[in-house]
Design a protein around this ligand. Structure first.
Ligand SMILES: Cc1ncc(COP(=O)(O)O)c(C=O)c1O
Ligand SMILES: N[C@@H](CCCC[NH3+])C(=O)O
Length: 445
């Protein structure tokens, strides 16, 4: 397992993160446990900002909170001065509860409900990324009713195919997201936005997908959207247009096969594409916006599990089961995502056994890792799976009524619990028993 950020093997041969021995974390908080390296998250954020600072251009970095959204995470994003993307009233509510400044919140999503829009307008969020005509009409009407003007960007589908898993690529023509640019849909959207009361068109948005390792998809999308930006200003009278949002999707290293670029390289390619295109168009450079999610939190997260049963099928494989799985990390089951792991309590021991790591859910597909080399694993070993910080906790479920793990942030030798472990009581806390079913039940809730 590659040691990211502040991760290291300490003198006891234990995995240490943020200056904290992970075996101590397990004693204190139990397993499964999501552990986040706070310094690493802050460092990545600063790397994006510094890369933009070098360019001298106007910019905004918005954290895509779908990757990992909790009150404490919103606080870190606020402290680092970033904007925040939300895609639901739940994420919006979390941000507001964390005291995140509403004016730095961007609201995304392909089917925002009237209630969600209402909440966002009442909170006074900074901008909406409008995905479709239905939303434009709804938002215009609700904003007008309130007597406010909502700043909007239009989400465009530039027809760029990113080299990634088909379920996480979004910029292509055949996508549920955004206004299609191949026909006249995007142009009609701009005309509609300019004539809809209650909204002000300030920018254009594209997002081509996630876990992308090359810059050519971003630069191709910038070229297409910039050209369209020029048309909007020159031919359609979009005079308030000043933001160009190129989305997120910057890749991370899950395994040694992954070769992501640095934040600096992604930003250098994007800023160069923007300046070249806008020079050609002879237009003022726009404010460039990016929306990284995975790359801020992914490699900073490690999940600690306890090993339980093992099953050795001679000549076939050895299964090692842990006390979590697809319920805390559905990515292997959903996207065939591959992860690396180590024994956190015996990190220096020789890895002489090939095993497969299974989760505890009642699904054959609940496998966390197929084929990983580990020392001879035994019950109560602590398995650390790296790079689980993005779309793990945020996509976790209670399948099989398995309680969601706790989350801790570690930094400078200190561990802070930021999400409590769910209890069995939490699991039944929303259940009700209708009176007609209570006979024989000793105590109704
Ligand atoms: C509109 C938008 N912005 C940003 C992101 C964040 O992507 P990532 O986590 O890959 O950086 C996503 C998710 O793919 C997205 O749909
Ligand atoms: N959930 C996906 C990424 C979603 C991208 C959001 N548009 C993943 O785990 O890779």
């Amino acid at each position: 397992m590659y040691l990211h950020g502040t991760s290291r093997i300490n003198e006891q041969g234990h995995l240490e993160i943020g200056g904290v021995d992970t075996t101590e974390l397990v004693k204190q908080f139990g397993t499964p446990l999501y552990v986040y390296d706070e310094a690493m998250m802050r460092e990545t954020i600063r790397a994006y900002k510094q890369a933009f600072e070098k360019s001298g251009l106007r910019y905004e970095v918005a954290y895509a909170s779908k990757a990992f959204c909790t009150l404490a995470m919103c606080r870190i994003i606020d402290e680092e001065g970033l904007a925040l993307d939300v895609v639901s009233s739940g994420e919006l509510y979390t941000a507001l509860q964390a005291g995140f400044p509403a004016e730095r919140i961007h609201f995304h999503g392909n089917n925002k409900t009237p209630d969600e829009i209402e909440l966002a307008l009442t909170a006074g969020i900074g901008e909406f990324v409008v995905d479709n005509f239905h939303e434009l009409k709804l938002l215009g009407a609700l904003a007008s009713e309130k007597g406010v003007i909502a700043d909007i960007l239009l989400r465009l589908a530039p027809g760029v195919e990113a080299h990634t898993h088909e379920y996480i690529s979004t910029g292509q023509e055949d996508s549920k997201f955004g206004f299609d640019m191949k026909g006249d849909m995007a142009k009609r959207a701009v005309v509609a936005a300019l004539t809809t009361p209650g909204v002000r068109l300030i920018g254009l948005h594209s997002h081509i997908g996630s876990q992308i390792f090359e810059t050519d998809g971003f630069t191709a999308a910038v070229d297409i959207v910039a050209e369209f930006f020029g048309k909007c200003v020159r031919e359609l009278g979009a005079n308030d247009l000043h933001k160009l949002n190129v989305g997120g999707g910057f890749g991370i290293r899950y395994t040694e096969e992954d070769t992501p670029l640095t934040a600096e390289a992604y930003i250098a390619a994007i800023t160069a594409a923007v300046t070249t295109a806008f020079d050609r168009l002879q237009l003022t450079y726009p404010e460039i916006v990016i929306e990284p999610g995975r790359s801020i939190v992914g490699a900073a997260g490690t999940t600690l599990y306890s090993v339980g049963s093992t099953k050795d099928i001679p000549g076939v494989r050895k299964y090692v089961s842990v006390n979590g799985g697809m319920t805390d990390n559905p990515r292997p089951a959903l996207y065939q995502a591959v992860y690396e792991a180590m024994l956190a309590n015996r990190a220096n021991e020789e890895r002489d056994e090939l095993v497969s790591v299974a989760g505890k859910a009642c699904e054959s597909g609940d496998m966390l890792i197929w084929d990983v080399k580990l020392p001879q694993v035994k019950a109560d070993d602590i398995l650390a799976v790296s790079c689980t910080g993005a779309y793990g906790y945020s996509m976790a479920s209670n399948y099989n009524r398995i309680a969601r793990p706790a989350v801790v942030f570690v930094q400078n030798g200190q561990a802070d619990l930021v999400v409590k472990r769910e209890s069995h009581d939490d699991l039944v806390s929303h259940d009700l028993i209708p009176a007609r079913l209570t006979s024989g039940v000793l105590s109704n809730k």
